[in-house]
Design a protein around this ligand. Structure first.
Ligand SMILES: *Cc1c(COP(=O)(O)O)cnc(C)c1O
Length: 412
């Protein structure tokens, strides 16, 4: 069919989304056009306090001047050179990330799903080369989320994301999270890797118990399997440590990062040890944009900013204050909320038993009041704000939340 030469309309609006976009999302009715710090503004100039952090991405807030400066400088220097060459920003970033963690080696890509894809491929390849092709089983956890590639939806513990996409990759088991006995039963000599989020994000903001992660480490050691920590959401200072594993005192063999790593400039990273990395030889894995100088330059600055004792202890105290505020709210409205859980600035306000499935009603009203919140499933309001959140924002959020809840309960 011929297409008309004219664009459908001169200006784009939310309606344009329904006309030209593949409908994989159902975005809100407003279109944000600008952001600064903790706030965003829409096409009508309305202001929103943004506690979504772009799903734990904009850790330093919207358009932070230090990152704008780095990005502009790199934009005038070198954008892309392809993997025939390396570049200075990516070498600095790999040096910073390996110096700050258990890892000796870094691989860069463009998203969280891609980082997990690399981690899972590395684990399979490592087991294949070191132990033989029979050692290919992957153990994962119910309700986990690891990305949207075919491999990562298969490994993820939410069947709705893999339904209808078969045939799926095989030899993948899903067992209950935080269930030590189930892990003991599931992890045997044919397992090449166990992949786990130290704090489940999409699955409901659920921290692992320390004993659970310690047991996974012991079982992986006993059965010569690799322990993969997906810290795409829990990492980069979110829980008050650079990565959550540092708080648990349990060290993975492979760690994946993305989301906040470059504050919204697309990047993913897979970190591992020298020994494991050695099975990824030249040509075995790759990506065109991975380790791109623009993304790497921004990520370097994010690392430098977040990975200081002062910044991280501030995350911890802001997290404690936000948690206290949410607990106060839950106590004020026991008919609506059951409690608060999470770690650092990765928190979930859980709906009461009698209000199951209704978290979305609250976040929809809050949005109308000018407060942006996320969900983690139907029963949890997820709050993963920029790590730069201050006491004034917490007080403002409390007022907007109380106002929203009063309206929701029909009291206002
Ligand atoms: C967001 C997320 C992913 C996927 O990252 P993408 O960048 O969307 O591919 C994987 N794992 C966890 C824990 C996440 O939160």
């Amino acid at each position: 069919m011929e297409k008309t030469a004219q664009p459908k309309s001169q200006t784009v609006t939310r309606r344009t989304f329904d006309e030209v976009m593949v409908q994989t999302y159902a975005p809100s009715t407003f279109v944000p056009v600008r952001g600064s710090g903790m706030y965003m503004w829409d096409q009508e100039g309305r202001q929103y306090l943004d506690l979504t952090g772009g799903i734990a991405v904009t850790a330093l807030g919207h358009t932070p001047p230090v990152l704008v400066e780095v990005l502009k400088k790199q934009a005038e220097t070198l954008w892309h050179a392809c993997n025939y060459y390396t570049n200075e920003p990516v070498l600095r970033l790999a040096s910073a990330m390996t110096a700050a963690t258990f890892a000796d080696r870094a691989f860069f890509c463009n998203s969280g799903g891609e980082a997990n894809e690399a981690a899972l491929k590395l684990a399979r390849r490592w087991a294949h080369d070191r132990h033989g092709p029979q050692k290919s089983r992957i153990v994962s956890f119910l309700n986990s989320f690891h990305g949207r590639t075919l491999f990562t939806v298969s490994v993820g513990g939410q069947p709705k994301y893999s339904e209808g996409f078969g045939p799926l990759p095989g030899m993948i088991d899903h067992i209950p999270y935080n269930d030590i006995e189930a892990a003991k039963k599931a992890i045997g000599d044919d397992v090449c890797a166990v992949i786990v989020e130290p704090v489940q994000g999409e699955g409901g903001v659920l921290p692992a118990s320390p004993a659970f992660l310690k047991t996974l480490r012991e079982l992986c050691d006993r059965h010569k399997a690799l322990l993969i920590f997906d810290e795409i959401q829990s990492g980069m200072g979110r829980t008050g440590k650079l990565f959550a594993y540092m708080d648990y005192g349990v060290c993975p063999d492979i760690l994946t990062s993305a989301k906040a790593l470059a504050n919204g400039f697309p990047i993913g990273a897979m970190l591992t040890t020298e020994d494991i990395a050695s099975v990824f030889t030249v040509g075995v894995h790759g990506t065109t944009f991975g380790g791109n100088p623009l993304a790497a330059a921004v990520a370097c600055k994010v690392m430098e900013t977040i990975n200081t004792p002062v910044f991280l202890s501030r995350v911890e105290s802001a997290g404690a204050s936000l948690k206290k505020m949410l607990e106060g709210l839950a106590a004020s409205y026991p008919q609506a909320f059951g409690g608060v859980r999470g770690k650092g600035l990765m928190l979930g306000l859980v709906m009461a038993e009698s209000c199951r499935g209704r978290a979305k009603e609250v976040t929809a009203i809050a949005e109308k009041e000018g407060l942006l919140l996320l969900l983690a499933g139907p029963d949890v309001i997820r709050i993963v704000p920029p790590l730069i959140i201050e006491e004034t924002h917490i007080r403002e959020a409390e007022a907007l939340l109380r106002q929203s809840i009063e309206k929701w309960l029909g009291n206002a």
